[in-house]
Ligand binder design. Sequence first.
Ligand code: C2O
Ligand code: CU
Ligand code: CU
Length: 519
Amino acid sequence: MQDRPLDRREFLKRTGYLAGGVAALGGAGALAWRAGAQPPMVLPSQSKPGNFSDLHIRLVMAPAAVSLFPGTPTDVWQYTGTVISGRSRQLEPIPGSYLGPTIHVARGNRLRVRMENALPEATITHWHGLDVPEDQDGHPRFAVLPGEVYNYDFTVNERAGLYWYHPHPDMRTAAQVVKGLAGLIRVTDEHEAKFDLPSGEYEIPLVIQDRTFDSNNQIAYAPGALLGYLGNQVLVNGFPALTKTCRTRCYRLRIINGSNARTYKLAWADGTPITVIGTEGGLLEAPVTRPYVMLTPGERLDVWADFSAKTVGSQMILRSLAWTPGGVGGGGQAPVNGAAMTIATFNIAAAASEYRSLPPYFGDFETLTLDQATNAGSPRIFQISYILSGGQPVWLLNGAVFDMNTTLPNENMPRNTVEVWEIRNTLASPVMPHPIHFHGRHFQVLQRIGPTGGANLTAYNTVNQGFINAAWKDTVLVMPGETVRLLVRTSDFPGLYVYHCHLLEHEDMGMMRNFRILA
Ligand code: C2O
Ligand code: CU
Ligand code: CU
């Protein structure tokens, strides 16, 4: 039972970071997964915003058990939901999965959530990607004790896109997420609806997570001191070895990296370029194609998958290709971060009569420009660094470890203002990639200043064709030796929010800071 905040150093000791990652077990049970299982994961086909309304739900966070493998069920922690008022189809469970129900809303809907903590420890829920008032955002200072309730009430005012929710208590986010606590929020709007994109069974969510299971089918959680938790197998939507039966037509894949620490380099196994139509903050101005796309923890991708020229009986395999994290980033248990892995297999099993072509242009995309920025000449700088504190490794953001209530001077910013922010991953050693996330803020990548030589450049060259920069984003991968410049419009909600590394073990060890939107 944890009913009061831990001392951070005590926490690091207790959770075994210092042990440097105890060998985790991948027993026979882990290999005997349900190959070919077809998890139901069909989103409601009504994509028109007019079919959505305000929603009031109850979300209970509690221990549960799911049957992932033959034999012993796997103990998990899970969100389960019920509709208090609103349309029941707007809350969609994923049967058999440890993931929470998908919340469907249209832009402008009011969302009320009665969160009940039935866990044996404190928690709070964060709506990743939504810009909401400070007491609605799931800041760790609002964590509630076991048996307590937190009531949320806010308006969803985001572009159509795939957002998500997960716990956010200080020092316990990684451990709670790895046990299964996470769910999707699918936001639709009038602009998206115009394009009549593939929906219903042709819109497939892919929540990518990695886990290691012990020989008794239980989640083995032994994160590395520097690298965080790298599981030995990929789960999609909470299921091992996802195989999906498809037709010869177009699909919309709504992809999210819900892993604690693993970054994927997504590509089609047969070399077909990957077509991206959206990111964290919704549709791009126009589709783009890439040989592969990087997807770091917290990031989302909206992918157009055209199987219409495939022959019935063929397969399309979504892979994570090998890449080099650089520095210490590629170490740890096998498969290391950067190892090649299969993500999902699409069996093209039947012909389809309907063909839908890729819209060439989505428009309605506001491009932020440098001359809008009030600090164009002097970016707000957030440096990534590292210290040994009492012999323990601690990653820092902006030169400091997380503190619940305070900000440093450069972490106070005016509301509703366009600024340039610069994230520097330029310390000499140790280095690794960090996925940096800002709460309640979408930004555009203005510029990536990559490393100029050495091992950092070698690593960079394995990933640098896989970034989508002209996009609304809320999480960005910053490679070793790299500086990323962002154009950000600050929130119009005053208050205290966090930004952090979305490598969840880094967040928990204190690679998180507050920023304050001034009134
Ligand atoms: Cu998904 Cu504070 O993060
Ligand atoms: Cu967030
Ligand atoms: Cu990090």
